[in-house]
Design a protein around this ligand. Structure first.
Ligand code: MN
Length: 145
């Protein structure tokens, strides 16, 4: 999908996030973090971890336009992502540290302020700094204040 032209982030200073429960070939949760006018996206088969020390696989998928964050409904079988999509949570997120450097180095620490979820998580790319093309990340819970 093409990125949105209006970058709301710059105006409001707030970054939005959504989690869509996606009952496709395999059930997963799509975590989407607004960055630079699009949603950076990860498919998380087990959903977000809630206990410190728990690590869940998060597979980075293509960026999605911000408008997709409102989508709920059914994608026809046979199309990419065929199945039902339910908006599971939404709100704003706060990065801890520089987002660009985090993406480059494969380490993103952030807080979610959602309707369902509030807390701190960390995304670590497998292979770390050198594995810039690696799609597999680990999502883990951090200690909350
Ligand atoms: Mn999905």
């Amino acid at each position: 999908p093409a990125p949105d032209r209006k970058a709301r982030t710059a105006k409001s200073g707030l970054h939005h996030f959504v989690i869509q429960k996606h009952d496709a070939t395999r059930l997963h949760y799509d975590l989407r973090l607004e960055m630079g006018g699009a949603y950076k996206s990860w498919a998380v088969p087990k959903g977000l971890p809630f206990a410190k020390g728990e690590k869940h696989l998060a597979v980075q998928v293509e960026d999605h336009p911000l408008a997709y964050g409102k989508f709920e409904g059914t994608i026809p079988k046979g199309e990419y992502g065929g199945g039902t999509v339910m908006l599971w949570d939404r709100g704003t997120w706060t990065p801890d540290g520089d987002v660009g450097a985090g993406l480059r180095d494969g380490k993103l620490e952030f807080e979610l302020h959602g309707e369902r979820l509030t807390g701190s998580w960390r995304l670590i790319r497998l292979g770390g700094k050198r594995a810039s093309g690696e799609k597999n990340w680990l999502l883990m819970k951090r200690t909350d204040d």
